[in-house]
Design a protein around this ligand. Sequence first.
Ligand code: HEC
Ligand code: HEC
Length: 216
Amino acid sequence: MKAAIVVIAASLASGGLSAAAPDAAAIVREGNDKGAPPCIACHGAHGEGQVAGGFPRLAGLDAAYMERQMDDFASGSRDNAVMKPIASALSKEERRALARHYSGLAPPAASEPAASDELDPQGESIALRGRWEGQVPACVACHGPSGVGVGSHFPPLAAQPAGYIAAQLHAWKDGQRRNDPMGMMQHVASELDEAEIQAVAGWFAAQPAMIEEGGP
Ligand code: HEC
Ligand code: HEC
């Protein structure tokens, strides 16, 4: 009897707690009771992403940026068949807690060494200098040195899977992603041809997520 009361009291206490502040670490591992699957299934055990699936890393991304992306998946201004139902199954508080959780995790070193493929030199050129013709600005002008990201508006490109970076550029080209402030990325993406998209995605994927102290 006494033991039963203790168990009930404990479960009430934990239920009360999770209603007040969502347990992000638990949702990451187990999902929630409204149908959101565990995030680790796609975003990796430590938020490092998954190169083969083209699933982005979340570790180390800005919290306000990630929260807004989840809102945009739910509203459809960022149209993605996988993330829409997931974001919709998360409450506003859960999205905020998950964004905070992931922003506090250490990012992976780099997404993928360029494996056997040689990096196409036009990737680095577009990333660092842009292209005069078509007025493509240097990506690093907004995304920070070697694409490490700047504040809550300019997400990192460094150490994101190349497949993910390319998919986003396609999504802007096709109008599936329409959530960028002032259409900045829509312009950039519409100017890039397929070879340039692959080249620039490969270059950023191979950059380290963080600039070393004393480095550039
Ligand atoms: C079934 C696989 C899958 C699961 C499970 C999943 N995601 Fe995603 N997630 C994706 C894909 C695919 C994308 C890229 C969508 C696109 O191309 O726009 C993504 C993108 C995101 C982004 C945007 C990242 C960026 O850089 O803009 C956030 C934030 C995110 N997911 C959060 C979560 C959270 C939190 C969970 C767990 C509640 C979760 N995801 C579970 C597949 C998944
Ligand atoms: C004028 C500023 C600007 C320039 C230049 C720019 N970007 Fe962006 N980029 C943005 C903004 C702002 C976002 C975030 C959009 C949002 O809030 O959803 C973004 C997002 C992205 C994303 C999505 C990242 C993620 O986590 O989902 C990719 C990929 C990207 N940019 C690639 C590029 C590439 C490649 C170049 C160079 C060819 C480039 N960008 C140049 C402003 C810029």
